[in-house]
Design a protein around this ligand. Sequence first.
Ligand SMILES: [Zn+2]
Length: 279
Amino acid sequence: MKIFVVKKLTLYIFLVFLILLFTFLLFILFPDKLYIDTNSYISINEEDLLKTLNDTDITYLQDEIDSLYSSDKKIAYLTFDDGPTKKATSKILNILAEEDVSASFFVIGEYVNHHPELVKRAFDEGHYIANHTYHHSNSKLYKSPTDFVNEIKNTDMEISKAIGIPNYSSHLFRFPNGYMSSIYKKEKKWATSLLSDMNYLFVDWNCLNRDSEKVYSPADLLKNLKSSAKDKGSLVILMHDTCDLSDTPSALKDSIIYLKSQGYEFHNFYDFFNQYLLK
Ligand SMILES: [Zn+2]
Protein backbone atom coordinates (compact mmCIF):
# COMPACT_ATOMS: atom_id res chain seq x y z
CA MET A 1 0.00 0.00 0.00
CA LYS A 2 2.78 2.40 1.04
CA ILE A 3 4.71 1.58 -2.12
CA PHE A 4 1.59 2.31 -4.19
CA VAL A 5 1.15 5.80 -2.58
CA VAL A 6 4.82 6.67 -3.19
CA LYS A 7 4.51 5.56 -6.81
CA LYS A 8 1.35 7.61 -7.27
CA LEU A 9 3.07 10.69 -5.83
CA THR A 10 6.06 10.20 -8.11
CA LEU A 11 3.69 9.93 -11.05
CA TYR A 12 1.97 13.23 -10.09
CA ILE A 13 5.33 15.00 -9.73
CA PHE A 14 6.41 13.61 -13.09
CA LEU A 15 3.17 14.84 -14.74
CA VAL A 16 3.53 18.35 -13.27
CA PHE A 17 7.14 18.40 -14.46
CA LEU A 18 6.02 17.41 -17.98
CA ILE A 19 3.37 20.17 -18.07
CA LEU A 20 5.89 22.79 -16.90
CA LEU A 21 8.44 21.59 -19.45
CA PHE A 22 5.84 21.71 -22.24
CA THR A 23 4.79 25.29 -21.31
CA PHE A 24 8.41 26.38 -21.10
CA LEU A 25 9.13 24.94 -24.57
CA LEU A 26 6.06 26.71 -26.01
CA PHE A 27 7.35 30.06 -24.75
CA ILE A 28 10.81 29.38 -26.15
CA LEU A 29 9.64 28.13 -29.55
CA PHE A 30 6.62 30.38 -30.20
CA PRO A 31 7.03 33.57 -28.15
CA ASP A 32 5.01 35.67 -30.64
CA LYS A 33 2.04 33.30 -30.51
CA LEU A 34 1.75 33.57 -26.74
CA TYR A 35 2.45 37.27 -26.41
CA ILE A 36 -0.63 39.34 -25.69
CA ASP A 37 -0.31 43.00 -26.58
CA THR A 38 -2.46 44.90 -24.12
CA ASN A 39 -2.38 48.02 -26.29
CA SER A 40 -4.26 46.44 -29.17
CA TYR A 41 -7.42 44.41 -29.40
CA ILE A 42 -5.71 41.34 -30.77
CA SER A 43 -2.02 40.72 -31.13
CA ILE A 44 -1.24 40.60 -34.83
CA ASN A 45 1.57 41.98 -36.88
CA GLU A 46 1.02 44.82 -39.32
CA GLU A 47 1.86 42.76 -42.36
CA ASP A 48 -0.85 40.20 -41.57
CA LEU A 49 -3.41 42.95 -41.09
CA LEU A 50 -2.49 44.55 -44.41
CA LYS A 51 -2.96 41.19 -46.15
CA THR A 52 -6.37 40.87 -44.49
CA LEU A 53 -7.31 44.34 -45.72
CA ASN A 54 -6.31 43.40 -49.28
CA ASP A 55 -8.76 40.50 -49.21
CA THR A 56 -11.65 42.28 -47.54
CA ASP A 57 -14.32 44.52 -48.96
CA ILE A 58 -13.78 47.38 -46.54
CA THR A 59 -16.10 49.94 -48.07
CA TYR A 60 -18.68 49.31 -45.33
CA LEU A 61 -16.17 50.76 -42.86
CA GLN A 62 -16.52 54.30 -44.22
CA ASP A 63 -19.56 54.91 -41.98
CA GLU A 64 -17.52 53.72 -38.99
CA ILE A 65 -14.70 56.13 -39.86
CA ASP A 66 -17.21 58.98 -40.22
CA SER A 67 -18.72 58.13 -36.84
CA LEU A 68 -15.33 58.56 -35.12
CA TYR A 69 -15.75 62.34 -35.13
CA SER A 70 -18.79 62.18 -32.84
CA SER A 71 -17.89 59.12 -30.75
CA ASP A 72 -17.94 59.48 -26.94
CA LYS A 73 -14.96 57.16 -26.42
CA LYS A 74 -11.84 58.92 -25.21
CA ILE A 75 -9.56 57.74 -27.99
CA ALA A 76 -7.04 59.99 -29.71
CA TYR A 77 -5.78 59.32 -33.23
CA LEU A 78 -2.67 61.42 -33.78
CA THR A 79 -2.24 61.99 -37.51
CA PHE A 80 0.71 63.65 -39.23
CA ASP A 81 0.35 64.90 -42.80
CA ASP A 82 2.66 65.99 -45.61
CA GLY A 83 5.86 64.17 -44.61
CA PRO A 84 8.22 62.58 -44.36
CA THR A 85 10.74 65.39 -43.88
CA LYS A 86 14.25 65.40 -42.47
CA LYS A 87 13.51 68.28 -40.16
CA ALA A 88 10.39 67.00 -38.42
CA THR A 89 9.68 63.28 -38.85
CA SER A 90 12.54 61.84 -36.74
CA LYS A 91 11.84 64.27 -33.90
CA ILE A 92 8.19 63.24 -33.91
CA LEU A 93 9.08 59.53 -33.97
CA ASN A 94 11.43 60.03 -31.01
CA ILE A 95 8.69 61.68 -28.95
CA LEU A 96 6.12 59.02 -29.88
CA ALA A 97 8.60 56.34 -28.76
CA GLU A 98 9.36 58.15 -25.48
CA GLU A 99 5.66 58.47 -24.73
CA ASP A 100 4.87 54.94 -25.98
CA VAL A 101 2.15 56.21 -28.29
CA SER A 102 1.26 55.06 -31.79
CA ALA A 103 0.16 57.36 -34.60
CA SER A 104 -0.70 57.49 -38.30
CA PHE A 105 1.34 59.22 -40.99
CA PHE A 106 -0.33 60.45 -44.20
CA VAL A 107 2.66 60.60 -46.47
CA ILE A 108 3.32 62.33 -49.80
CA GLY A 109 4.71 59.95 -52.45
CA GLU A 110 7.51 62.17 -53.72
CA TYR A 111 8.77 62.79 -50.18
CA VAL A 112 8.72 59.05 -49.50
CA ASN A 113 10.96 58.75 -52.57
CA HIS A 114 13.36 61.31 -51.05
CA HIS A 115 13.38 59.84 -47.51
CA PRO A 116 12.35 56.17 -47.60
CA GLU A 117 14.34 55.48 -44.42
CA LEU A 118 12.01 57.70 -42.37
CA VAL A 119 8.94 55.83 -43.59
CA LYS A 120 10.63 52.51 -42.91
CA ARG A 121 11.41 53.62 -39.38
CA ALA A 122 7.82 54.80 -38.76
CA PHE A 123 6.45 51.52 -40.11
CA ASP A 124 8.91 49.39 -38.11
CA GLU A 125 7.94 51.27 -34.95
CA GLY A 126 4.29 50.30 -35.44
CA HIS A 127 2.83 53.48 -36.90
CA TYR A 128 0.26 53.41 -39.68
CA ILE A 129 1.47 54.63 -43.07
CA ALA A 130 -1.42 56.12 -45.06
CA ASN A 131 -1.71 57.82 -48.44
CA HIS A 132 -1.84 61.59 -49.04
CA THR A 133 -1.21 61.73 -52.85
CA TYR A 134 2.06 61.79 -54.76
CA HIS A 135 2.45 65.54 -55.33
CA HIS A 136 -0.02 67.21 -52.95
CA SER A 137 -1.17 69.29 -55.89
CA ASN A 138 -4.92 69.60 -56.44
CA SER A 139 -4.47 70.61 -60.08
CA LYS A 140 -2.54 67.39 -60.76
CA LEU A 141 -4.76 65.23 -58.56
CA TYR A 142 -8.09 66.18 -60.12
CA LYS A 143 -6.87 66.58 -63.71
CA SER A 144 -8.61 63.33 -64.64
CA PRO A 145 -9.80 60.12 -62.95
CA THR A 146 -6.69 58.37 -64.30
CA ASP A 147 -4.43 61.01 -62.73
CA PHE A 148 -6.25 60.61 -59.42
CA VAL A 149 -5.75 56.84 -59.42
CA ASN A 150 -2.09 57.20 -60.42
CA GLU A 151 -1.41 59.69 -57.60
CA ILE A 152 -2.58 57.06 -55.13
CA LYS A 153 -1.03 54.00 -56.78
CA ASN A 154 2.36 55.69 -57.26
CA THR A 155 2.40 56.73 -53.61
CA ASP A 156 1.60 53.15 -52.55
CA MET A 157 4.46 51.98 -54.77
CA GLU A 158 6.91 54.35 -53.05
CA ILE A 159 5.76 53.17 -49.62
CA SER A 160 6.02 49.58 -50.78
CA LYS A 161 9.67 50.11 -51.81
CA ALA A 162 10.46 51.99 -48.59
CA ILE A 163 9.11 49.39 -46.18
CA GLY A 164 9.91 46.32 -48.27
CA ILE A 165 6.38 44.93 -48.52
CA PRO A 166 5.36 44.06 -52.09
CA ASN A 167 2.07 45.52 -53.40
CA TYR A 168 1.50 47.67 -50.32
CA SER A 169 -1.84 49.40 -50.09
CA SER A 170 -2.63 51.42 -46.99
CA HIS A 171 -6.38 51.41 -47.80
CA LEU A 172 -6.59 54.80 -46.14
CA PHE A 173 -6.47 58.17 -47.88
CA ARG A 174 -6.65 61.79 -46.80
CA PHE A 175 -7.63 64.41 -49.37
CA PRO A 176 -5.24 67.40 -49.53
CA ASN A 177 -7.09 70.17 -47.60
CA GLY A 178 -9.56 67.52 -46.41
CA TYR A 179 -12.71 66.08 -47.94
CA MET A 180 -14.73 68.65 -45.98
CA SER A 181 -13.10 71.70 -47.56
CA SER A 182 -15.21 73.56 -50.09
CA ILE A 183 -12.74 73.33 -52.99
CA TYR A 184 -12.99 70.73 -55.82
CA LYS A 185 -16.38 69.51 -54.50
CA LYS A 186 -17.46 68.15 -57.88
CA GLU A 187 -14.19 66.26 -58.45
CA LYS A 188 -14.24 64.81 -54.95
CA LYS A 189 -17.56 63.14 -55.77
CA TRP A 190 -16.06 60.99 -58.53
CA ALA A 191 -12.86 60.63 -56.54
CA THR A 192 -14.69 58.93 -53.64
CA SER A 193 -16.16 56.36 -55.99
CA LEU A 194 -12.69 55.66 -57.41
CA LEU A 195 -11.40 55.24 -53.86
CA SER A 196 -14.07 52.73 -53.13
CA ASP A 197 -13.19 50.82 -56.34
CA MET A 198 -9.62 50.62 -55.00
CA ASN A 199 -10.86 49.32 -51.63
CA TYR A 200 -9.83 52.60 -50.01
CA LEU A 201 -11.34 54.59 -47.17
CA PHE A 202 -10.78 58.27 -46.48
CA VAL A 203 -10.54 60.19 -43.24
CA ASP A 204 -10.63 63.89 -42.32
CA TRP A 205 -10.18 65.17 -38.74
CA ASN A 206 -12.22 66.72 -35.94
CA CYS A 207 -9.40 68.35 -33.97
CA LEU A 208 -6.29 70.33 -34.92
CA ASN A 209 -3.51 72.47 -33.46
CA ARG A 210 -3.55 74.78 -36.50
CA ASP A 211 0.14 74.22 -37.23
CA SER A 212 -0.46 74.87 -40.93
CA GLU A 213 -1.15 78.54 -40.18
CA LYS A 214 2.59 79.08 -39.61
CA VAL A 215 2.13 81.80 -36.97
CA TYR A 216 1.95 79.87 -33.72
CA SER A 217 4.54 79.23 -31.01
CA PRO A 218 4.64 75.72 -29.46
CA ALA A 219 2.70 77.10 -26.46
CA ASP A 220 0.03 78.47 -28.82
CA LEU A 221 -0.17 75.12 -30.63
CA LEU A 222 -0.92 73.37 -27.34
CA LYS A 223 -3.51 76.00 -26.50
CA ASN A 224 -5.12 75.54 -29.94
CA LEU A 225 -5.22 71.78 -29.44
CA LYS A 226 -6.86 72.12 -26.02
CA SER A 227 -9.55 74.41 -27.34
CA SER A 228 -10.16 72.25 -30.42
CA ALA A 229 -10.46 69.09 -28.26
CA LYS A 230 -12.83 70.69 -25.78
CA ASP A 231 -16.09 68.76 -25.16
CA LYS A 232 -15.18 66.05 -27.68
CA GLY A 233 -14.88 62.30 -27.18
CA SER A 234 -12.79 60.60 -29.85
CA LEU A 235 -10.27 62.88 -31.51
CA VAL A 236 -8.78 62.56 -34.97
CA ILE A 237 -6.05 65.16 -34.61
CA LEU A 238 -4.54 66.86 -37.65
CA MET A 239 -0.88 67.83 -37.37
CA HIS A 240 2.00 67.98 -39.85
CA ASP A 241 5.52 66.55 -39.94
CA THR A 242 6.86 69.16 -42.33
CA CYS A 243 9.52 71.81 -41.99
CA ASP A 244 7.76 74.90 -43.30
CA LEU A 245 4.91 75.19 -40.77
CA SER A 246 4.59 75.95 -37.06
CA ASP A 247 6.80 73.80 -34.83
CA THR A 248 4.62 70.78 -33.98
CA PRO A 249 7.55 68.61 -32.75
CA SER A 250 8.21 71.14 -29.96
CA ALA A 251 4.56 71.06 -28.89
CA LEU A 252 4.01 67.33 -29.27
CA LYS A 253 5.27 65.99 -25.94
CA ASP A 254 3.18 68.42 -23.90
CA SER A 255 0.19 67.75 -26.16
CA ILE A 256 0.43 64.00 -25.51
CA ILE A 257 0.90 64.54 -21.78
CA TYR A 258 -2.17 66.80 -21.74
CA LEU A 259 -4.31 64.26 -23.60
CA LYS A 260 -3.15 61.46 -21.28
CA SER A 261 -4.13 63.62 -18.29
CA GLN A 262 -7.60 63.93 -19.82
CA GLY A 263 -7.93 60.13 -19.91
CA TYR A 264 -7.21 59.60 -23.61
CA GLU A 265 -5.94 56.34 -25.04
CA PHE A 266 -3.90 56.58 -28.22
CA HIS A 267 -4.75 54.44 -31.21
CA ASN A 268 -3.65 54.36 -34.78
CA PHE A 269 -5.56 52.97 -37.75
CA TYR A 270 -4.23 49.44 -37.23
CA ASP A 271 -6.14 49.49 -33.94
CA PHE A 272 -9.15 50.85 -35.77
CA PHE A 273 -9.17 48.12 -38.45
CA ASN A 274 -8.39 45.41 -35.90
CA GLN A 275 -11.70 46.06 -34.20
CA TYR A 276 -13.69 45.29 -37.30
CA LEU A 277 -11.67 42.73 -39.20
CA LEU A 278 -10.33 40.35 -36.62
CA LYS A 279 -13.17 39.61 -34.22
ZN1 LIG B 1 -1.68 67.83 -46.72
